[in-house]
Design a protein around this ligand. Structure first.
Ligand code: PLP
Length: 412
């Protein structure tokens, strides 16, 4: 008989969102009249339709595929030159960062990239994740066999957890023990925090000094409105030698269902072979793409390219301001009840401290029962999330206003 991958049994089987769904269902069954009035502020998915410039570009691309003269079959695995160029030029070179077209790898989204990147790293790396954490970083390491079992709080043996707390502004400090791979995500999901240039500089210097590699998830960079906050890790000098950046069109262009993102892997980056020889990473990632991927579909890449057109940029700005407007409305109403609210200024998430004595799940249940609003309990993102809940600004304006109106009625 064949053997399976035992490591999957260590996973805390997708506990958070199924548990939320279960509690919401139970509530709706008990109160069929109230169930209809639910407002969901729990989901990390966009709600607004795609920008018109993207739709037009995708329509044109589909029409090209309908004619022999303009038909395209397999494209380059790493992405079409037109898109790699648009990305490197607009997101990096125009902003003073030295990134070449062929350092961009176009993919079907950054969740996939965050998991796939482990293919090019060895098993002996010591891995650091933030707490609270986007579960993909943790679970992909568990599946690959980089951890032991989880403890009663859901923390895996072998991972180094970097606490993100109110005291450190939800930006982790350098750990005492040596680590080799460090996952950072700014603007952060779930806390909505951002890292300053100085804070990122400290991490880059640590990585350069210790030979560690930073895996930098910038999926929410479009939400940065504060001009002092870096959008990319490559704004920090030295990062080209120690950081891989993940970006996505999901949260700026609304591509969560269309699927497109990219990694930036500078050709200068190197790591050790098990024999202790320093080798470049770029050829490995390139080879991985060629072997395990056949590229993102042509109409989708044309759609992504349109995000960089003048109209596309304008339409993305409108989308982002819509969600940030929701965040402002929700934050004001939560604050008016005396709650302490973090994030939401350069990110589409609010991270809200529960009144003392309340656990994350108790607050979740209370807000569901009293207001029929669904939030996300912070404890689902890690031990440091206990005592917090996340409110997502991804909603229609009408729903955000309705949730805000209801939050004002909160009584503890
Ligand atoms: C939404 C999100 C992404 C983007 O994932 P895609 O696969 O590109 O849709 C990446 N990282 C974080 C933390 C996210 O919340």
């Amino acid at each position: 008989m064949a053997y399976l991958n035992d490591h999957y049994f260590k996973l805390k089987a997708g506990y958070l969102f199924p548990e939320i769904a279960r509690r919401v269902r139970a509530f709706s069954d008990e109160h069929p009249d109230l169930g209809k009035a639910l407002v969901r502020c729990g989901i990390g998915d966009v709600t607004e339709p795609l920008p018109a410039a993207v739709i037009e570009a995708m329509h044109r691309a589909v029409d090209e595929l309908a004619h022999r003269e303009t038909f395209r079959g397999y494209g380059p695995e790493q992405g079409y030159e037109f898109l790699r160029h648009a990305i490197a030029e607009n997101d990096y070179r125009k902003l003073g960062m030295d990134i070449a077209d062929d350092e961009i790898f176009v993919s079907d989204g950054s969740k996939c990239d965050c998991g796939n990147i482990l293919d090019i790293f060895a098993h002996q790396n010591r891995i650091a994740v933030v707490d609270p954490v986007y579960p993909v970083y943790v679970d992909t390491n568990v599946m690959t066999g980089h951890t032991g079992p989880a403890d009663e709080f859901g923390a895996y043996e072998g991972l180094v957890y970097l606490p993100c707390t109110k005291a450190n502004g939800f930006v982790p400090e350098i750990p005492k023990q040596r680590v080799d791979l460090i996952y950072l995500c700014f603007p952060n999901n779930p806390t909505g925090s951002v890292a300053t240039r100085q804070q990122l500089q400290v991490w880059v210097e640590y990585a350069l000094d210790s030979g560690a590699i930073i895996l930098y998830d910038a999926a929410y960079e479009a939400y940065i409105v504060d001009p002092a906050i870096p959008h990319s890790i490559y704004e920090i000098s030295g990062a080209r030698d120690c950081a891989i950046e993940f970006r996505s069109f999901s949260k700026n262009g609304g591509f969560t269902g269309v699927r497109c993102g990219f990694t930036v892997l500078p050709k200068s980056m190197a790591a050790l072979t098990s024999a202790g020889e320093k080798k470049k990473l770029h050829p490995l990632w390139n080879r991985r793409f060629s072997t395990k991927f056949n590229g993102v579909s042509y109409p989708v890449q044309r759609g992504a390219e349109a995000i960089y057109s003048e109209k596309g940029r304008q339409q993305v700005r409108t989308l982002v301001s819509h969600y940030l407007g929701n965040a402002r409305i929700l934050a004001e109403s939560l604050r008016s009840t005396g709650l302490e609210v973090f994030g939401g200024q350069n990110a589409p998430y609010l991270w809200v401290a529960a009144p003392s004595g309340y656990s994350s799940w108790q607050v979740f249940d209370k807000i569901l029962r009293d207001l029929q609003v669904v939030v996300t309990p912070g404890a689902g993102f890690g031990a440091q999330g206990e005592g917090y809940f996340r409110v997502s600004a991804f909603n229609s304006r009408q729903n955000a206003q309705e949730a805000a109106r209801r939050f004002k009625e909160l009584r503890w």
